[in-house]
Design a protein around this ligand. Structure first.
Ligand SMILES: Cc1cc2nc3c(=O)[nH]c(=O)nc-3n(C[C@H](O)[C@H](O)[C@H](O)COP(=O)(O)O)c2cc1C
Length: 325
């Protein structure tokens, strides 16, 4: 499928379907299966900052004197990091498609040093997932956005591989943040990460977990922002993540301005065979519409024209609700 080639964040991909960071990408053998099924690239399961801290706190005994506790902390942390580096090395040995490492961090911390080890282990790019929900009433506008910049800046200094920033959908203005991230050296943004979903069991009156997986309607939000960001922030690649459940969703994302998509739920729900089916749909659509490559229609429907901008922005809300009296 030559005509499905694309580029995202400086990576040349054989097609736009990237497997997003999730449990399925935590083992090199699985990554090989995903590659064989047609994936364009793989984002490894994230290394979570909280996980390291929890393991370190959980396994070290308070009765240790400081020196021993420090040693234990260092040992546990380094062990987890080594396991992650081995996942990168093994995935690179088994796969030929780009392997993107992923760090889920909420502070600039020590990630710069680790990022450099990730690069040395052979990762083709690094995705930073800065996910957090701000709830403090003392929060000052812009603090969260600044944290993205601080984390990116500290990591950027220590690696040469492309850095991708995966954003949450809880930003007041993803466009201005994307613009700043680009200025600070990000090669791409992913719109958006999926938050842990909270639900309530009304019989037990207890909190429960909402659906882990997305559905088709979740595509609307990343689609809108891909359309707006790709029109405003030139030279910053965009990937859509959230609600891509068939080939049509891949096509919509590209028309909106994404050069790739990151998919997880559809793989969990349908197995890796989904990749080939979705690619076949994209390929047939391209042929039907006379497109010889992804770049020919990438961003064709983004907010670059006044008409599309009005569709993607607020003015349409009035019409929409008028139609549903
Ligand atoms: C089971 C599961 C585990 C996930 N783990 C991670 C993770 O470790 N790091 C991350 O950045 N995103 C993680 N995600 C989010 C996905 O990478 C993706 O952005 C999100 O699920 C939206 O895509 P989808 O609609 O195709 O599922 C996870 C998603 C699922 C379903």
């Amino acid at each position: 499928m030559e005509n499905l080639k694309t580029e995202f964040a400086g990576l040349k991909l054989r097609n736009p379907i990237i497997i997003g960071s999730c449990g399925r990408t935590a083992k090199a053998q699985n990554n090989k299966i995903l590659e064989d099924a047609g994936a364009g690239a793989i984002v490894l399961k994230s290394m979570f900052e909280e996980n390291i801290l929890m393991q370190v706190q959980g396994m070290s005994d308070d009765s240790f004197h400081t020196e021993a506790a420090d040693y234990m902390h260092g040992y546990l942390r380094s062990n987890m990091l080594q396991e992650y580096l081995e996942l990168i090395r093994a995935s690179k040995r088994m796969c030929t498609i780009p392997i993107i490492a992923s760090i889920n961090c909420y502070s600039a911390g020590e990630w710069a040093d680790f990022a450099s080890q990730i690069e040395q282990a052979g990762a083709d790019a690094l995705e930073l997932n800065v996910m957090s929900i701000r709830t403090s009433k003392d929060y000052r506008d812009g603090e969260f956005e600044q944290e993205h910049i601080d984390i990116l800046s500290s990591v950027r200094k220590s690696v040469r591989i492309p850095i991708i920033v995966k954003l949450g959908s809880n930003l007041s203005n993803p466009v201005s943040l994307a613009e700043r991230l680009h200025a600070y050296g990000a090669a791409g943004v992913v719109l958006f990460n999926r938050f842990y979903q909270t639900d309530i069991d009304i019989e037990k009156m207890e909190y429960a977990s909402g659906s882990v997986f997305s559905n088709e309607s979740d595509l609307c939000t990343p689609l809108r922002w891909a359309g707006i960001v790709s029109a405003s922030v030139r030279n910053l690649d965009v990937a859509v993540s959230g609600g891509v459940h068939d080939g049509a969703a891949v096509i919509k994302s590209i028309l909106a301005g994404a050069s790739a998509v990151e998919v997880c739920s559809a793989i969990y729900l349908n197995g890796e065979k989904w990749i080939g089916d979705a690619l076949e749909q994209v390929s047939q659509w391209q042929e039907r519409h006379g497109f010889g490559s992804v770049s020919e229609y990438c961003g064709r429907m983004n907010a670059g024209t006044a008409e599309n901008a009005s569709r993607l922005e607020r003015t349409q809300f009035l019409k929409y609700f008028e139609m549903h009296r």
